[in-house]
Ligand binder design. Structure first.
Ligand code: GLC
Length: 747
């Protein structure tokens, strides 16, 4: 006989929810009612997240049985209306209480339409666009049966050896916080119950980007001060934006792994930050507690995790194996379980899963929205805006710069293995784990050919073989030189393969991998005009490339429409406007290097020589190759008339920006502040505001920033935000080094 209990329960919940009373008390009453029906086993099941990846001891038939037996609350890596409807139907109709499954996935920079990698998007400083791409990704993912994404990744890092730098928003807490807000807003929209919005998950909580020596999963060691100044702000911003879930990191805080860290998940996250969403472990981090040596066995690991406040166990399945016993032995209070289950049921209610558990499984919607033309166009726009022009020299003896190239140039030699690659234009998650299909990706060569006139001759030469880190294909270099000599201009693709960055993608040396340095050296000798296009997820040591060639464009991993977007810039259909969200070191030895370094006991600013007894090296300067916030344009912007105005209620600083060139363009006007005297050492400068403006050639605009107290505060000795009277240096410009300065006295 068909089990009618689920229908009664669902009906009662549906009635309450579809009457549009989003009254949380009413919702909570119904959740409490459902909770009162649940056995301990069924409660624990709601804290169990399993994978549908059958290479993780979970072949699909196991998944079905577990769902049918009511042992599963969430599934990750199961995608598509067909698969997920099939599993949801089993959960609703065949499990005792018919509680809907929540399907989760890594929709990090697009679902099937791949957008630029997150670090690339951060280089656009275009918060509106970042929100749009998150919303488009949500549309595709929710149309494919997904309700929660493990994004945004908001880890700050200053170490390009760490492969996951590609997944975040770079080195700055202020920019990272605004991007976190934009991504949460884009994914979640205004109403999580809307079937085209996705619950976001801020990760990895926290300090994961401090991995020792840049080696992924290495435990970092940072003070609570650094935690609050650098790593916490983007998570705080995500919580203020209403992020529905958090994921704890593989790493530890003050030696205690995040998964077992009660100070982190209870005192900081719940009590101080007021987060009331769900907390999910990272992949098997409950069982990893044994590997880290802080738990004697899996049961101990389970006990520590639930006591610390972890709601959902991702994939280790230790909660379902041990929690019932721990409760029956009186070691875990059932109230702890109920609290976690209540949060999970609330999340599912907020997602509308109790209103209609099949609303996310509409094959018509899936067909319409996945790879929608508007998403592809959006991906091309986002990619163009993310690219950073690092160099664009004048042609010898001419006013003209090498870029943009003419579309009717006689001949172009395209060189480098990455010029024909497709998968390597996708960032880690799109390339390796998500639904994005490399065959949809527009390669650089394809983009160039599509852009130029029919009379332009375009040749392609591989130059070297790029397969991993060993030097291969040196014998191909002579052919590349020959092709270069026969062409009017060379477009050289350099960078890394997609798998060289991303999770587990740490490298010890940021020299361009493989035989690329040899190819660069050889092409430098030809004397031909060369445009180097970088296709990479992280900063590299590109000194030789910059020194040797006339133009260098950082294209990052630009996504599905990458080749078109790069060509849009190379041939002048779009004026590049990206600004680096992360410092480019001169070499590996400078790492960690970042713009907002704290003032030390010796001179720092203004050193360009190799001085002893200065805040400097002896063999190279302390300066980066390219600073945070740097990016050129096909036009020029001039800054003048920096003024502080204290006549208004809130003091303001204004600056005149003029497009002094011949091309319209975007500029990111950046505001940095230094507090001259503070209780603790603080940075030479900190980003405290920016405005992305568009100026026509010759046009000027006065940009004004409010100097509000939040821009003047810092973390004082008591580890609390502090604002003091005193002298502040206000700096404004187009990057973190070229700045106009003025003093502001706060009374
Ligand atoms: C991974 C990652 C995390 C991801 C999760 C699920 O190991 O650390 O970012 O969301 O597992 O795939």
């Amino acid at each position: 006989m068909k089990n009618i209990l689920p229908i009664i329960l669902l009906a009662s919940l549906t009635i309450s929810c579809t009457t549009k009373q989003n009254n949380s008390d009413k919702t909570m009453n119904h959740i409490d009612h459902l909770l009162s029906q649940m056995t301990l086993k069924e409660k624990i099941a709601q804290l169990n997240l399993i994978t549908a990846l059958d290479d993780y001891n979970n072949p699909l038939e196991n998944v079905e049985d577990k769902v049918r037996n009511g042992e599963v609350g969430h599934i990750l890596k199961s995608n598509g209306v067909k698969n997920n409807f099939y599993l949801q139907k089993i959960a609703i109709e065949e499990s005792r209480l018919g509680i809907p499954i929540m399907f989760q996935e890594d929709v990090i920079h697009g679902y099937k339409t791949a957008f630029p990698g997150p670090l690339a998007e951060a280089a656009s400083w275009n918060l509106e666009r970042i929100e749009q791409t998150a919303a488009a990704a949500a549309k595709e993912a929710t149309a494919s049966g997904i309700q929660l994404t493990y994004a945004p990744m908001v880890d700050i890092t200053r170490d390009p050896r760490w492969g996951r730098i590609v997944e975040g928003a770079g080195e700055d807490p202020y920019l990272g916080s605004l991007i976190a807000k934009a991504r949460v807003k884009g994914f979640q929209g205004d109403n999580l119950a809307d079937s085209s919005t996705l619950m976001a998950c801020a990760k990895h909580f926290l300090g994961y980007g401090d991995a020792m020596a840049g080696i992924d999963y290495n435990i970092g060691d940072f003070s609570e001060r650094e935690l609050r100044e650098i790593y916490l702000p983007p998570f705080k911003a995500a919580i203020e934006s209403g992020v529905g879930s958090m994921m704890v990191a593989y790493s530890a805080i003050d030696g205690v792994p995040a998964t077992a860290n009660k100070w982190l998940m209870q005192d900081l996250l719940r009590d101080e930050l007021g987060f009331d969403g769900i907390v999910i472990s990272d992949w098997r981090t409950v069982s990893n507690l044994v590997k880290t040596g802080v738990a004697t066995n899996n049961k101990d690991a389970t006990h520590q995790a639930i006591e610390a406040g972890l709601d959902i166990d991702m994939v280790s399945e230790l909660y379902v194996q041990n929690l019932e016993e721990l409760v029956n032995e009186g070691k875990v209070d059932i109230k702890l379980i109920d609290k976690a289950v209540r949060r999970v049921l609330k999340a599912k209610t907020d997602l509308g899963l109790f209103d209609d558990p099949y609303v996310y499984f509409d094959s018509v919607r899936e067909k319409k929205w996945v790879m929608h033309p508007s998403h592809l166009e959006l991906s091309r726009k986002a990619a163009r805006e993310s690219m950073v022009l690092l160099k664009n020299a004048r042609l010898s003896g001419q006013e003209k710069h090498l870029l943009p190239l003419s579309k009717s140039v006689n001949s172009i030699a395209v060189i480098g293995p990455l010029a024909t690659r497709q998968k390597d234009l996708l960032s880690w998650w799109a390339a390796n784990h998500s639904q994005a299909d490399k065959n949809d990706v527009v390669s650089l060569l394809h983009g160039i050919k599509a852009a130029v006139s029919s009379s332009t001759k375009v040749t392609y030469t591989e130059g070297i073989i790029l397969e991993g880190f060993e030097k291969k294909g040196l014998e191909l270099i002579p052919a590349a030189i020959k092709a270069a000599k026969q062409a009017d201009v060379v477009i050289l693709a350099l960078g890394e393969e997609y798998w060289m960055s991303g999770e587990g993608g740490s490298i010890s040396d940021i020299t361009l991998p493989g035989a690329q340095p040899e190819l660069v050296e050889a092409l430098a000798q030809t004397g031909k005009p060369v445009v180097a296009v970088l296709i990479n997820g992280r900063p590299f040591d590109i000194r030789k490339t910059v020194e040797s060639f006339d133009a260098v464009l950082e294209a990052w991993q630009p996504g599905t429409m990458g080749g078109y977007a790069i060509a849009d810039i190379l041939f002048g259909d779009f004026n590049p406007c990206g600004k680096l969200p992360v410092t480019f070191p001169q070499n590996t030895g400078q790492i960690p290097i970042f713009y907002n370094i704290k003032r030390g006991s010796h001179d720092f600013e203004g050193i360009d020589l190799k001085d002893r007894y200065k805040n400097n090296y002896l063999d190279i300067t302390h300066k980066p190759l390219f600073p945070f916030g740097f990016g050129l344009s096909y036009t020029t912007f001039e800054y003048s008339n920096l003024r502080v105005n204290t006549d208004t209620d809130i003091p303001t600083v204004g600056i005149k920006v003029t497009n002094s060139g011949k091309v319209d363009g975007f500029e990111v006007v950046q505001l940095y502040i230094k507090d001259i005297v503070t209780q603790v050492a603080t940075p030479h400068k900190q980003l405290k505001g920016f405005e992305r403006i568009f100026l026509k050639a010759g046009e000027s605009k006065v940009v004004t920033f409010n100097i509000t107290d939040d821009k003047l505060s810092y973390i004082g000795k008591e580890l609390k935000p502090l604002i003091e009277a005193g002298e502040f240096e206000i700096m404004v410009g187009g990057n973190s080094e070229e700045l106009l300065k003025v003093v502001y006295i706060r009374k």
